[in-house]
Design a protein around this ligand. Structure first.
Ligand SMILES: Cc1ncc(COP(=O)(O)O)c(C=O)c1O
Length: 450
């Protein structure tokens, strides 16, 4: 066992952390966690204000999820999904088919969100080449401005966050991109119009122009996380889904972040009653315990891959640990606790409490917007409230607020000027108060004139 100093050394010098500038990384080494609390190797307790990046649903070290994993471990830890199955993964398949919109009946497993997106993109592409009336000219995807769908090359291609993605431009496939349906930063030419109508008009133009070449349109329903917790105007999702149907284009709903109850319904799609052709789930699917992702699709897609062995119509794609039984056992326990505790109703209640708690922050001269949907909230910092001009990325105002919040024992991560709050869904009022108090404290600590 490494001692504390050795842990800090090996962490800082050899462990390459995701989305982290290693030259300035200050090790934060967690040794255990319980409920909404993380504990570092010095015994310091920190409130997990971002649910370990959208993942945690019922709290860390939940006895029922732990037990489900251990029981599964005693049966079998892993079996391949290549031509083989196991009872736990089959049970989860039934559970997902029963809990997703009616037309979604078939589940393909992988281990992370980016892979679930790759699967959807490839299934959709292959579908048009193998369906009853093939349309092989369909080779374009449509995506939304500011989209984030993961970090593999396919998911980066449909992504639209230039800070993360532009470096890889030469490697990416062509995508038709519509505007980011932002309700806060509204394009000037849109101000006079009804927002949804305005955004959808731009998408309709793109469908008119490229619809017959489009494979699928992909969207993060309701909330675009990495874009800065952009919240869509109500009706946009339904309108986009209607356009996709009208032009015969498949719809991929990326529920990786917003699914699993985060917005106050199990799936964000349910708010607008849409039935996508693909629903991608990951992150909270295993309760935030083990890597697991699912691409859930329709019988129509499945059928296009059937045929004789010699026809070579199979989906030649797989992830070694896709549908891993330990992860699936954690997911089944997560759904079981969700039902027993009525967790989704809890999200609605706690979301309302959080919304009320956040109201005073709107009075701060450098808070331009506070927005919330279920248990995902954003506090957007601005240099100037009259113009709503943001700070340059390099000024790190969001980071300064979050670093100060750490002094109040709350762990948060900003997205540029946006402080994001997305705690474990089991959070209670006193802990929500602590998060908001820590942000308030952070806002007061920043030197805004730097
Ligand atoms: C909306 C969305 N899609 C896809 C992904 C990628 O998931 P993963 O990090 O598990 O690959 C993320 C991750 O943050 C996400 O927020």
């Amino acid at each position: 066992m490494l001692n504390h100093d050795e842990l800090l050394y090996w962490d800082k010098q050899h462990y390459w952390h995701a989305f982290t500038q290693m030259s300035e990384y200050e090790p934060l080494v967690i040794q255990r966690a319980e409920g909404v609390w993380l504990e570092d190797i010095r015994g310091r307790r920190l409130l997990d204000g971002v649910a370990s990046m959208w993942c945690n649903i019922h709290g860390h070290a939940h006895p029922e999820i732990n037990q489900a994993i251990v029981e599964q471990l005693n049966r079998v830890a892993h079996v391949s999904s290549l031509g083989m199955s196991n009872a736990t993964t089959i049970e989860l398949t039934k559970c997902l088919v029963e809990r997703t919109p009616k037309s979604l009946e078939c589940v393909f497993y992988s281990s992370d969100g980016s892979s679930a997106i790759e699967v959807a993109l490839k299934l959709a592409f292959q579908y048009w080449r193998q369906c009853a009336s093939p349309e092989p000219q369909r080779n374009l995807f449509m995506a939304v401005g500011g989209a984030y769908h993961g970090d593999t090359i396919g998911s980066v291609s449909v992504g639209g966050v230039s800070r993360f993605h532009s470096m890889f431009d030469p490697l990416l496939f062509d995508v038709v991109r519509g505007p980011c349906p932002d309700s806060f930063r509204i394009p000037i030419d849109m101000v006079a119009k009804d927002l949804v109508t305005g955004y959808l008009a731009s998408y309709e133009d793109l469908f008119q122009k490229y619809g017959d070449r489009m494979v699928a349109v992909i969207v993060e329903p309701l909330v675009q996380g990495a874009a800065g917790m952009v919240m869509h105007p109500p009706g946009f999702l339904k309108g986009l889904s209607d356009l996709a149907s009208r032009f015969g284009v498949l719809l991929i709903a990326d529920e990786i972040a917003v699914g699993m109850g985060r917005t106050g319904k199990l799936w964000a799609c349910q708010w607008e009653g849409i039935e996508p052709d693909f629903l991608c789930a990951a992150k909270g699917l295993s309760g935030g315990y083990l890597p697991l992702a699912a691409t859930i699709t329709t019988r129509r897609i499945w059928d296009a891959f059937l045929g004789a062995y010699s026809d070579s119509r199979s989906f030649f794609h797989g992830h070694t640990y896709g549908g891993n039984p330990l992860s699936c056992a954690a997911a089944l326990a997560t759904f079981s606790i969700m039902d027993r505790t009525d967790r989704i109703a809890h999200v609605g209640r706690q979301g309302k409490i959080l919304e009320d708690l956040l109201q005073p922050l709107k009075l701060h001269p450098h808070v331009g917007d506070v927005r919330i949907r279920g248990l995902v909230a954003a506090v957007e910092l601005v240099r100037d409230r009259s113009s709503m001009e943001g700070y340059a990325w390099a000024e790190r105002k969001g980071w300064q607020v979050c670093e100060a919040a750490l002094k109040r024992d709350v762990w948060l991560r900003p997205l540029g000027n946006v402080i994001i709050i997305m705690p474990p869904l089991c959070i209670e009022e006193p802990e929500l108060e602590q998060i908001v108090e820590a942000i308030q404290y952070g806002l007061n600590q920043v030197n805004w004139n730097d």
